[in-house]
Design a protein. Structure first.
Length: 337
């Protein structure tokens, strides 16, 4: 399996109609609490062998539990308790360290028994497996844990969302993926995934933290004043919106100071752009950017320096020009110069 983020974002925005009609469904009600709409109707099936397997799993006896589960499944292909047998096999495989196989065992429960009482527990176990791989658990080769499976884990999280869109486990899976990309400094993907979470779960109590991470992800993509300023402008607006909506968080995270540093970087970028045009003998463009800097960031040190530079430009560039009345769009990037 490979990492397929676009699919993660797509699934997060789909409706519950994408899930099996008999699968458990969830709705966000009563002040942001998830409630199950449809409960599995199948009663529990008693089976002494399966009860024994379950006791062995509780006792951490994974290898013998797996052997008995495999034998039981071979002899009970049409048993009404087969969903439980497959689920227990998945638990046994997970216990002995074969978590990829365990994931597929749980997948079989989800595929073949959408009305099973083990449907949601299987999704929970799949999330646990993905989370363990993202935390560094390795697949075994020749009996030795040595192969990372983080790309597989991100696809596992995508599959969980696909199985139960709109459920709390799908919400948790999407946020786990976003946090993973953030921790790995994949900030462009993290920003997109946090944005997908905000669109999909706007009433989540975690929204303030998610919006903060989204802004920091955008800010982290700014590589310096000589490069495209779009990410830092996006971060600035997101932080302003966050501060207006959640003033307590703004104080805790010292957001005004962050915005001040952003403005300082943008002022430096405008001065650098204006100076580039001056040095390349484009005085009109240089004058425009100096004036824009003076108007937008009048209290910055760069504004004072811009006034001195502007006064030395040719007389025909001294007349005022129309300037933006709001925060400027991304200043010209020098990436391709």
């Amino acid at each position: 399996m490979g990492c397929i983020l676009p699919a993660i974002l797509l699934v997060s925005a789909t409706s519950a109609s994408a899930q099996p009609t008999t699968a458990p469904a969830w709705e966000l009600r009563d002040g942001g609490r998830w409630q199950r709409v449809e409960e599995p109707t199948a009663p529990p099936i008693q089976d002494e062998t399966l009860d024994h397997i379950e006791e062995m799993i509780k006792a951490k006896q994974g290898v013998p539990a797996k052997k008995i589960a495999v034998a039981w499944l071979k002899l009970n292909k049409d048993s009404p308790a087969r969903d439980r047998g497959i689920y227990l096999l998945g638990q046994a495989n997970s216990l002995i360290g074969d978590r990829i196989m365990a994931f597929y065992n749980f997948d079989e429960v989800l595929d073949k028994y959408p009305g099973s009482r083990y449907y949601y527990p299987a999704l929970e176990r799949q999330f646990d497996i993905a989370d363990q791989y993202l935390k560094g658990y390795k697949r075994k080769f020749l009996g030795i844990p040595m192969i990372a499976a983080r790309s597989e884990a991100t696809e596992m999280l995508y599959r969980i969302q696909q199985r139960a869109p709109g459920s709390p486990i799908a919400e948790k899976a999407l946020l786990r993926a976003a946090d993973y990309y953030y921790s790995e400094s994949d900030f462009d993907i993290a920003a997109d995934t946090y944005a997908a979470y905000i669109r999909s779960y706007p009433r989540s109590p975690l929204i303030p933290r998610v919006r903060l991470r989204q802004a920091f992800s955008a800010l982290a993509q700014f590589r310096g004043i000589q490069f495209d300023a779009t990410p830092v402008l996006d971060a600035r607006q997101q932080l302003l919106d966050l501060a207006a909506a959640y003033p307590v968080i703004a104080d805790e995270e010292n957001i005004p100071a962050i915005i001040h540093r952003i403005d300082s970087a943008l002022a430096k970028k405008l001065f650098d752009t204006a100076d580039f045009y001056r040095r390349t003998h484009k005085p009109a463009a240089s004058a425009y950017h100096y004036r824009l800097l003076i108007k937008t960031y009048p209290d910055s040190p760069e504004a004072k320096a811009a006034e001195a530079k502007l006064a030395k430009l040719p007389a025909d560039t001294q007349r005022p020009a129309d300037l933006p009345t709001t925060q400027p769009a991304s200043p010209t990037s020098r990436e391709s110069r």
